[in-house]
Ligand binder design. Structure first.
Ligand SMILES: [Zn+2]
Length: 267
């Protein structure tokens, strides 16, 4: 059982907003994972990525990356699809340099397409992304589809799993709060874990927070004290199955909730 808990981005109590300070602060807090946030664009150069990777290794912190929000692999505009793929590829290049295990992204919107058509297109684009990464010699970063929180977005758990089973090089990031919001405030942690465990890669990469939602799905993230969802149930399932799992806090109480979940797991 290997559990890594950390934050999406630099902890709020860090000396400054830099990734380097963030890593040092995580070490002080006793947390062992960071998801480097490129959510508003990949602005980190490769030299900094190298520095981040070296420090993380030294401090025993496992890295992942969140690719930009502005991604839609099924846009009606070809230019936007190409730009989306470039953002994912650039994130993977930095990930490769820093030794990040997975790059996660929100894949697409259904728009006017059916679920099946959306699936086919996302699959095709993912295959192309992986092909282009191979040409660059990048094979060590998982291209991770995140379970999405809005009903208008491609990426329920079954869709993500289906892509991963059919496209070698892809993986899934389970956002527990998104699954909960999409299902109108319900989640069966055990059932989702069992689905992920049918995959070749048994390590589960995941995001956690509370969430506010409407009938369309996700509204905004909350702290885990909202008990939406109730993470006590997740802790039970993790312990019962001796899971290998990474848990990234996306709560407004970023590192505080990471520490809270850690203490729940240690109880
Ligand atoms: Zn996300």
């Amino acid at each position: 059982m290997t559990i890594h808990i950390g934050t999406g981005g630099t902890p709020k109590s860090s000396e400054d907003r830099s990734t380097i300070s963030g890593l040092k602060r995580l070490k002080e807090l006793g947390l062992t994972a960071m998801e480097v946030e490129f959510v508003y664009g990949v602005r980190m150069g490769s030299e900094m990525a190298e520095e981040v990777g070296e420090l993380a290794k030294k401090l025993g912190i496992t890295l992942s990356i969140h690719a930009p929000y502005y991604i839609n692999l099924t846009s009606t505009e070809k230019k936007k699809i190409e730009a989306s793929k470039r953002r994912i590829i650039k994130s993977c290049e930095r990930g490769h340099t820093m030794g990040a295990k997975i790059v996660v992204f929100h894949p697409a919107y259904y728009g006017k397409l059916s679920q099946e058509e959306t699936y086919e297109r996302v699959k095709q684009e993912c295959e192309e992304i992986i092909e282009r990464l191979k040409e660059k010699g990048i094979k060590d970063v998982i291209v991770g589809l995140e379970t999405t929180g809005k009903k208008s977005q491609f990426g329920n758990i079954d869709e993500c799993i289906k892509i991963v089973k059919n496209v070698k090089g892809c993986g899934v990031c389970i956002d527990w709060a998104h699954v909960y919001a999409r299902n109108g405030g319900k989640i069966n942690f055990g059932e989702i874990i069992d689905k992920v465990l049918t995959l070749k890669n048994k390590h589960i990469h995941s995001h956690f927070s509370g969430i506010k939602f409407s009938d369309k799905g996700e509204r905004n993230h909350l702290t885990i004290s909202s008990k939406q969802p109730d993470y006590k149930e997740l802790v039970k399932e993790i312990k019962k199955r001796n899971l290998d799992i990474t848990l990234i806090s996306e709560s407004p109480n970023l590192e505080k909730d990471a520490l809270k979940l850690k203490s729940m797991l240690n109880e």
